[in-house]
Design a protein around this ligand. Sequence first.
Ligand code: ASP
Length: 439
Amino acid sequence: MSKVVKFGGSSLASAEQFKKVGNIIRADEERRFVVPSAPGKRFKKDEKVTDMLYACYALAEEGKDFSENLSKIKARYNEIIDGLKLTVKLDKEFKVIEENFKAQAGKDYAASRGEYLNGILMADYLGYTFVDPADYIFFKANGEFDAEKTDKALSTKLSKCANAVIPGFYGSTTGKKIKTFSRGGSDVTGSIVAKAVKADVYENWTDVSGFLIADPRIIENPQKIEVITYRELRELSYMGAGVLHEDAIFPVRQGGIPINIKNTNAPEDPGTWIVGSTCQKSKYVITGIAGKKGFCSINIEKDMMNAEIGFGRKVLQAFEENGISFEHVPSGIDTMTVFVHQDEFMNKEQKVVAGLHRLASPDSIEIESDLALIAVVGRGMKSTRGTAGRIFSALAHSNINVKMIDQGSSELNIIIGVANDDFEAAIKAIYDIFVVTRL
Ligand code: ASP
């Protein structure tokens, strides 16, 4: 039996935080595989070591003196070493880093050192084996993560370790160059490790006690989500609810391993469980609400559109030709609306319109900007009558004009389009009707 435990930057920002992490790991002998991030912020205005490394390397790239920046980074690690009374020294490591910066080893190499060094400290602190992901996590020549090769190498290696620390965020390319995942990528490493060791659970430790039903910047003290399915989470994170890196779901999902989001500062809290499927009903009909501003809708009208075979394809071709991906395409009998990201569409607007005329000969095209999309997500919607009705009456009561409705065919989510200016009020209205009135 084993658990993979990933700790985020704020959980490892100082010696104090390291001690909490040590206690968590020692409290359960199944916590055998540890994936650390780089030290994050100790206080609000603090800097993350990853950001410091990027800035330091930018100086090196320009041929400027970066010694002061590097010393500041070293001081962050020394503070942890001293606070934990470790005997390990990083002088040699920093010498190598300095040389590699001068030799322009690359931005990814630079950023990866945050996790690498923290991994060395963590392994020393716990007495666990240090496993460098540069030797076991691989990317293909085209930059894509090589899941198959990684899984083989990593599972063979870790099967020989009683316990190990595997730094997050990076691996290497076929050319043995260090490459990182995108920001927040230690979540992905944790998931890859969990799959490789066939863990029973992937614990992802952070500084919040799980996911919230809605964004706390909009809803004061929102309720927590106790259990969420991978699919629900995909819908919500796509719409901007971010606690976990989007790509972190795939490896564990393949391995059928649940993720438990936990809080390093409140380890007793149950957190949120992310699972493949569950018989547990969510407390409310909806599991979560998330949304994004900044969309445009292109409304295309043509009489008898419904009878014209290939019309939809021609419309979408005009977007494809301009390299624009579409978000939603609700359609009526004689109309079809395409929702796109405003910033992607803006500069190519007239080219798309020309393309639409050339390809699909519509009767009219109307463009509306500054729209927001809100996803109301919940596995409970399938078996509950009147969910859509409740959403729309709540929005009507709050004087919010609904511009678009799109229910996914899985009945897992309802997407609503409103004006950017109505975004916050719409989320409040939906939260109130499903959660507050149920409390
Ligand atoms: N340290 C990296 C970042 O700040 C990766 C991570 O923390 O997951 O993005």
